[in-house]
Ligand binder design. Structure first.
Ligand code: MD6
Ligand code: FE
Length: 216
């Protein structure tokens, strides 16, 4: 039967292949949005968001923190994972169960059964912040996918190819969207365009992105 009222129903998760190995699960995180945002608040209380320095000495426009055994950091010495927060000397806060469970479930739904993250990088974008095209290549084993959860304000995500100069496609990532990628596109260049002003009911004027990795 045709569903004349489809547009009136609450939105449902949907699935879109972005490239070989990369899947966008729209709205997949919505049912635990408040738990995720509570987790971000608790983590950032112990390991505050900070704008790190690139190896070249520039301050990133995105503020970052981490949870889990390993945290991604950058400074004049380079990019790396480390087990202590360089600001406090303390281990990063534990990865909340709700974070880990959602990341593992999303990975499995995208075809990556058995993904077990040991690191979660949390990015906070305020209007004007951006992430230039990059590859994620500081992890030990590129067989493992990365799971990315977006919360708050929408952002335009650029997704290219194995070379920085490859053409990019653009996707709007909105509150609750999850991208899982690995396989043939694990080392594809990607970035986030400058965040526009906005007001999201759950986060105000910020976007959070949580990326789950297996660092070791
Ligand atoms: C962001 N994400 O969405 C930045 N990297 O704010 C990333 O850089 C990223 O979303 C690897 C895999 C998924 C990602
Ligand atoms: Fe990345």
């Amino acid at each position: 039967m045709d569903d004349l009222f489809a547009e009136m129903k609450s939105p449902e998760p949907s699935r879109q292949e972005l490239a070989e190995g990369a899947v966008l699960l729209r709205q997949r995180a919505l049912d635990v949005e408040d738990k995720l945002l509570d987790g971000v608040r608790q983590i950032s209380h112990r390991a505050p968001f900070r704008k790190m320095l690139t190896p070249g000495g520039f301050s990133m426009s995105v503020a970052m923190t981490n949870c889990g055994r390993a945290g991604w950091v950058t400074d004049r010495r380079g990019y790396r994972y480390q087990e202590n927060d360089p600001e406090t000397g303390q281990p990063w806060p534990d990865m909340p169960d709700v974070f880990r469970e959602l990341a593992e479930q999303a990975a499995a739904e995208a075809g990556y059964e058995g993904f077990s993250p040991d690191a979660c990088l949390i990015n906070r974008y305020e209007p004007g912040a951006r992430m230039s095209l990059h590859q994620d290549r500081d992890e030990k084993d590129f067989q493992n996918p990365i799971v990315s959860i977006s919360l708050g304000l929408p952002a335009t995500f650029q997704f290219g190819g194995l070379k920085r100069t490859d053409a990019v496609k653009k996707y709007l990532l909105e509150h609750g969207d999850i991208v899982v990628w690995g396989g043939a596109s694990r080392l594809f260049y990607h970035g986030v365009l400058t965040l526009k002003e906005g007001n999201h009911p759950k986060t105000g004027n910020v976007r959070y992105n949580l990326t789950f990795r297996k660092a070791y």
